[in-house]
Ligand binder design. Sequence first.
Ligand code: DGL
Length: 272
Amino acid sequence: VFDSGIGGLTVVRALRRRLPGEDIVYFGDTARFPYGTKSAETLVELALEDAEFLLARGVRLVVVACHSASSVALEELRRRLSVPVVGVIEPGARAVVAATQKHRVAVIGTSATIRAGAYERAIRKVESAKAKGQTGGRRELTIVAKATPLFVPLAEEGWVDGAVPELVAREYLRPLVDEGVDALLLGCTHFPLLAGVMGRVLGSGVKLVDSSEETAGEVERRLGKARRTKCEGQTGGRLRVYVSDIAPSFESLAARFLGESPTEVMRASVGE
Ligand code: DGL
C-alpha cells in the first residue's frame, strides 16, 4: 500500500480487519507530502517511484491508497507494473452509487483529485453499467464535485472538532446540501477523520461514503486464489511501515489513522 503520507493507513486499517492473515508493506511519502497540490505529471512520477519501492520488497499486489495519485496515475501504473494495481477510485464510485437514492451525489477531494475528474468518469461508468441491467426509463445521475483542500491540514493537526473545522465544513459543504445531494464521497485519505463534523453540517439526509472498506473488498477479490497460497517468507498479519520522513508528530498521527500504533516503522528514501 502506498500513499502521499500516513493518511493511507485508513486503508491499511480496513485491509487488516478484512484480511488479518496478510502481510502488508506500507510506504508513506511523508517527505514529499502533500500530493494533492501537485501537477498530474509530477504525481505520475512519484507514484511510479513509490510503487517500485514496494515491488522491490516482493509485494504481489499494489494498493494506491492516495486519491490524488489514484486519480491520475492508475493507468500508467497498470501499464508498467507486473502485479495487479488496486486504486481507490473505482471502489469509491461503486460505494457512492450504491448509497444514493435521489441520484444526486457529491465528491470532495484535493485540488489534484477534483481537477483530474477521475471520480466523475468512474461514477458515470458504474451508473451506466447498472442502468444496462435495468428496464424502464433511466434517471440521469447528478454529480457535484468540489475541492476541499483545507480539510487535509485540519486532519493532520488533529483539529477535527470545534468551531474552526465546523466553519470550514459549513463553507465547503452547505452548497452541496443546497444542491440536494444525499450521498457524499470522501475522496481523500484524510477526510474520514472529519466525518463527525461533516455529518453535523450536512444533516442526517446525507450519507458519508468512505471508500476504504470497499477498497479492501476489492483487494480481497483480486487476491482471490493467491490469498490461499502463502508468499515466500510470509509471516501472517505483519505490518511494516516505511516513510520517507519521520516527523516528531508521526506516532500520534499514525495511531489516529491506523487505529493502533504501528510497531515496525522505518525511514526509507525513494527516487534517488
Ligand atoms: N493521500 C492524499 C489524498 O488522498 C492526502 C492529501 C495530500 O497528499 O495532499 O489525496
